[in-house]
Design a protein around this ligand. Sequence first.
Ligand SMILES: [Mn+2]
Length: 311
Amino acid sequence: MKYATRLNSFLRVDKDLRHAFEAIGKIDGVDFVDMNYPEHFADYSVPEVKQMLSDNNLRCNAINLRFRDKFLHGEFGNIDRQIAEDAITLCKEATEVCEQLDGSQVIIWLGFDGFDYSFQIDYNEYWDRIIYAFKTIAAYSKKPVSIEYKPYEERVHAFIDSFGTTMTILNEVDSDNLGATLDFCHMLMKKENPALATAYLAKRGKLFNLHLNDGEGSTDDGLMVGTVNLWKTIEVMYYLKKYNFKGAVYFDTFPKREGAVAECEANIKMCRLIETMIDNYGIENIDKVVLKQDGAAAANLMVELIAAANA
Ligand SMILES: [Mn+2]
């Protein structure tokens, strides 16, 4: 499995991108970084970023859209049509930057598209504008584009709030260039079982990216991988391996009090342990248990997986 890490974890104290790349470049097991657009391109040009990545043996994974305050009332669904068009333009620019950096894809999380009150938006009108935007961007982009959903935060209700809404949009846009990015914490917030969406999308080649982290489920805690919902994390990893996920798994964790390097290394250590567990036990052997639809057999599998970690 390939791993990517979160740049902002390393920019918390020292804001210089160059130093962040140097620190990440030294971490064993992380070869990719995700970058935010336009946020991470304020101090260095795209060619300079490209050079710094290569100097540190790093590759660009995804370019993540970050919409600023101007989009407070919505991105693609903004009542001001010019602002909605500007949101699309920003996405188009991000796809060009992704191309120049040879990144894997562009991820669009619409933090402001949504509503806070009943009767605040016309859902069908809003829906059509979201579809129009994704159709436009997917057709324009030479790189794959994916939707990252989150049920709430910044809005009380995000418009694209769930696996179901995301899938309905993907089906309606119907572009090979458009897929989904799953975020483990976001799925917990929605009370979804992360492995279900992972299995469905990975089997169909629509899982463009996976954000691993952990949390208690109420908010986007960004805790280290596997520290709260270990079995759900192992189940997700099983489906990634079963369906041969080719992307880089991204650590979307937020070290607030921990050192960024130590926190990233803990994520890698946890992921490697999970990989060892699954590889030693064998995907086919897990398949056999899963096909039984037997709760006790599932519990026994968990005991055996613990033993398999040290086999
Ligand atoms: Mn995320």
